[in-house]
Design a protein around this ligand. Structure first.
Ligand code: GMT
Length: 381
């Protein structure tokens, strides 16, 4: 198949899913083109045979900001005219699903080969941004007019159906996120001191300052038995300063390391004893899955799609979103008993293998594309 993929060039989330999907599809012998307004970091680090098209557009005095979306659409259309794409897969509804539909419409008007549009919903494109009154009508159109729509968790599919009327005439297909089990794998090397790790873009929804508080509470519990632990925070974003302030306030700067943006995720996740994901909202939690594949159990919150990823008591623990006391207790329990953390980590790896193996999930996308190309579904006209 000849496949075009549109995505935001993000360090995590949909930018990672789109890049890993592109690499896997190319590895399976498809011709894959990825379009974005910058280089997605996950793609940049690999030699995989994906053709990357970065389109940023040209500034012009009439434009308030350079409309890179238009430049991306032009680039896709140009490629389709010459090479012919079978499928255009938009990751994140805005603007990419709208851009893909515009290209499909332009291709039809120019009597080019038919192009099928698949839209994958990732989270805030539905729950926050796309649901905002200033974008909701267009998000509704993007969902309705796509040839197929997928969501990364059942929870997100349900919420999309709730927020948008008749979300899609054929329903929303749940195709979960996936992980490369060969790249993200357990290691025998652990840190000398029990260590919790968190990776994110430090947006408010990730609650990094809350995590620093919970970790400080866990340290207080561990102190009673003379134990210590470390917290490694990977990534950067709006709440970085607040997290540093709280670490100082709680007097635990010597136990909390702020590493900033890092690429070497398997090497940071595998030696840790526990991964922390205390989000207030999370449609899936890809970073948690990557930790699980590395054999690191997760302490997450019972929100969105996280319970579809982390099995409470088996691959980690889930707590209610405002229950900081339980969060700290579970954190102290795993950091204070590294054998227990290792045993739970084995459960986490097993769940990643059984449910989220890259090969298996990518096949679901391939089947969906093929059914659209053959005009056989998910619901033929
Ligand atoms: O939707 C977002 O907030 C951003 C998005 C992204 O593009 O980074 O993250 C979402 O998509 C990820 C990949 O599917 C999921 O693992 C994240 O859970 C999800 N984030 C939220 O729902 C907050």
């Amino acid at each position: 198949m000849r496949i075009g993929i549109l995505c935001h060039p993000t360090y995590g989330g949909s930018g990672v899913v789109a890049s890993e999907l592109a690499l896997s599809l190319a590895g399976n012998g498809h011709s894959v083109h990825l379009f974005s307004h910058d280089v997605p970091p996950r793609l940049a680090r690999t030699p995989g045979p994906v053709e990357l098209h970065v389109a940023q557009g040209s500034p012009y005095p009439l434009f308030h900001s350079t409309p890179h979306d238009l430049a991306i659409m032009s680039r896709v259309l140009d490629l389709h005219r010459v090479d012919g794409l079978d499928v255009l897969h938009a990751h994140y509804a805005l603007p990419h699903a709208v851009s893909a539909l515009m290209v499909r419409s332009a291709a039809t008007a120019a009597r080019l080969a038919p192009l099928k549009v698949v839209t994958t919903l990732h989270g805030t494109d539905i729950t926050v941004v796309g649901n905002d009154p200033s974008y909701a009508p267009l998000t509704q159109y993007a969902i309705t007019a796509s040839d197929a729509v997928t969501a990364v968790s059942q929870d997100l599919a349900d919420r999309s159906a709730l927020n948008f009327d008749d979300a899609h005439r054929c329903g929303i297909n749940v195709i979960p996120n996936f992980v490369d089990l060969a790249k993200f794998k357990p290691s025998d090397e652990k840190h000398e001191v029990a260590t919790a790790v968190h990776v994110s873009n430090f947006r408010r929804v990730k609650r990094v300052p809350w995590l620093v508080h919970a970790f400080a509470d866990a340290l207080d519990i561990l102190k009673q038995s003379g134990a210590v632990a470390d917290l490694t925070l990977v990534g950067d974003g709006p709440q970085h300063g607040e997290a540093v302030r709280i670490a100082r306030e709680r007097g635990i700067c010597d136990r909390v390391k702020f590493l900033g943006l890092r690429d070497a995720l398997p090497g940071l996740l595998a030696p840790a004893d526990v991964f922390c994901l205390p989000s207030t909202e999370e449609s899936f939690g890809l970073s948690a899955l990557e930790a699980m594949a590395c054999g690191t159990p997760v302490i997450g919150t019972r929100v969105g799609g996280i319970p579809e990823v982390v099995e409470n008591g088996v691959s980690g623990f889930l707590v209610d979103v405002d229950d900081r006391e339980s969060y700290s207790l579970h954190l102290a329990a795993l950091l204070g008993d590294r054998n227990k953390a290792t045993a739970m980590g084995a459960g986490a790896r097993e769940r990643a293998v059984q449910r989220f193996d890259r090969h298996h999930v990518v096949r679901s996308y391939e089947k969906l594309y093929q059914s659209l190309i053959d005009d056989k579904g998910p619901c033929p006209e």
